[in-house]
Ligand binder design. Structure first.
Ligand SMILES: [Ca+2]
Ligand SMILES: [Ca+2]
Length: 158
């Protein structure tokens, strides 16, 4: 009788422990999936950006002392009002916007307001072989990492 109680107790203990184990595994898988941007994990959502709005080729001379305008485009399912401006980085060197506040303008005339940012050309990290640049940002709720890329044409210094 005493032995049976012991066995039931051990089995119950095993079940509880393995239950906790599964939960931990589930949690760690979640955080692996979340991965990506620093801290908190979450989802990655592709967005559309337009480097040099109004210019299709997006020519950039890497040593230029000026800035590169980049628009984050709103769509029917995505509003730039959800972008946490303070988390925006651009290019391989994670350049941050020059201005303290973004500028809102409908750059592609689709009736939806877009977010326009400027980055110092030299801070972006453009190299001779660079063919595209990507922008990342978090949404204001911190849950979603936004990722958008656009092509560029590197113009050699003359
Ligand atoms: Ca463009
Ligand atoms: Ca627009």
């Amino acid at each position: 009788m005493g032995d049976r109680v012991k066995i039931i107790f051990v089995i119950t203990a095993i079940l509880i422990f393995s239950g906790i184990g599964f939960e931990q595994i589930a949690f760690s898988q979640l955080s692996i999936h979340g991965g990506g941007g620093g801290g908190g994990g979450g989802l990655i959502r592709p967005i559309e950006i337009d480097i040099k709005p109004g210019n299709e080729l997006n020519p950039i001379q890497p040593t230029n002392m000026g800035v590169v305008p980049v628009a984050i485009l709103s769509s029917i399912t995505f509003s730039v009002s959800t972008v946490d401006f303070s988390t925006v980085t651009f290019g391989p060197n994670d350049a941050t916007p020059v201005h303290k506040m973004p500028h809102f303008e409908d750059v592609n005339n689709d009736g939806l307001v877009d977010m326009v940012l400027h980055f110092k050309t030299k801070e972006i990290g453009i190299e001779e072989q660079t063919i595209q640049l990507c922008l990342t940002a978090k949404t204001l709720d911190g849950i979603v990492t936004l990722l958008g890329c656009d092509s560029i044409v590197v113009v050699p210094k003359n």
